[in-house]
Design a protein around this ligand. Sequence first.
Ligand code: NAD
Length: 473
Amino acid sequence: MADIYQSLLSSPIGRQLLTAVSLPVPVELDRHCQSQPSFITGNVLIGGAANGRLTDVISKSLAASNAHVQVSQESPSKDAFDKAADKAELKLTIIDPNAEAAKFKGLVFDATGIENSTQLRALYDFFHPVMKKMQSSGRIVVLGLPPESCKEPAQQIAQRALEGFVRTVAKEVGKKGAVAQLVYVTKTAEKLAESAIHFFLSPRTAFVDGQVVRIGKGKFDTTDFNWNQPLKGKVALVTGASRGIGESIAETLARDGAKVICLDIPAAEADLKRVASHIDGSVLPLDITDPEAPKTIAEFCKKEFGGLDVIVHNAGVTRDKTLGGMPDHFWDMVIDINLSSEERINAALLDDEILNEGGRIVCVSSMSGVAGNFGQSNYATSKAGVIGMVNAMAPILAKRNITINAVAPGFIETQMTAAMPMAPREVGRRLNSLKQGGQPVDVAEAIAFFASPASAGANGNTIRVCGQNLIGA
Ligand code: NAD
């Protein structure tokens, strides 16, 4: 379904009209495309509070970009960044961020050195002079310490305060199509932050906004890692791959180098074959609620590929009705497809060790699972259960060097949302900081981030791909 509002905006008269009546004017978001670098370009200002722990990993990450990296002459972390940049062979320019002509595509702030609320002033000092100098589709990343890992209450309080700061900054820069995220990095997991810095500073995060991600311990050496083909040599299975978000996930994982097994119900086989043929993938027509499905999947992966590296649980359905009027088969079907079948498939892949060492399980939850939604008690329960599954299994899987994470989409432009009545569809589209719906590829990019071998430190996270929807946290 065409975004009529967006079409109106693309005409000068329509744009003038909407601006005159103070309606939101969404900007066109930068997204990753093959012909452009997958990492940030343009001016990136880095800084931090004194005694930050992440100057090395920030410098190393940015050394791999084509960005023009700058540090403020006033920054308390200037000397630390100078040293780190030398080590990483990063060309660092010293600038005055107050200069009128200064403009920034990216801002990166290391807040790990903040130990108490007074020191939060470092955020103001860094961001205040540059907030009005953010460019369209800019990227902001603040890095902190997980509050629960801080021994001193004063530090725990200050680190927790970063969430309110980042979520607000995201709301303030949203009108420019810019996004802001908070990455909490556990002590001793510093090197593993590289994957998150790459992702959150890239055009791949067009519709990820105001999110908090935790990076903990994990096994991965990024030396000589190919950031452009992170899944080279890996085998990934995507459920519900015949259309919509699943199709985009299959394409994105294939773009990143994976051999993709495309799974969907037998009735969707023709579309499944179409998707698989574009990406040189395999086809597995199967209903995931079939009692034999876990065994069939395990045997297929073992026989065809000797195992599996990534499974993406994307297949999902809605059967909406308010609870009082909901027939029991609506309840049973939604819980079985969206949640129970995923548990059964995971069990089969893990019990038979089909999921290889370093394996990745990525689930698709939903904003309904985060905030609830009228008429979706079955769907919201299943999608909140998916978040529960991620939380429950992450520590267990960590022992096997396997991660599990989820992505919770908000309003994404698919057949599902095109079928909505116009009024709720328009409201759904606009009620976020970016004032527009997301694209299936935005969900796929977040899944590819979790699927990457370099994301070994990301385990037990749920990130929303919702443009910072105003509903929910
Ligand atoms: P879609 O309906 O276009 O695609 C879902 C796919 O899952 C279909 O191809 C369908 O055939 C497949 N599927 C359903 N039941 C199956 C079964 N039993 N076995 C195998 N395959 C099965 O939906 P979409 O919009 O692309 O959504 C994909 C995922 O994203 C779903 O989990 C959905 O709940 C979630 N999601 C979507 C949105 C959105 O705005 N579109 C928002 C939040 C969450």
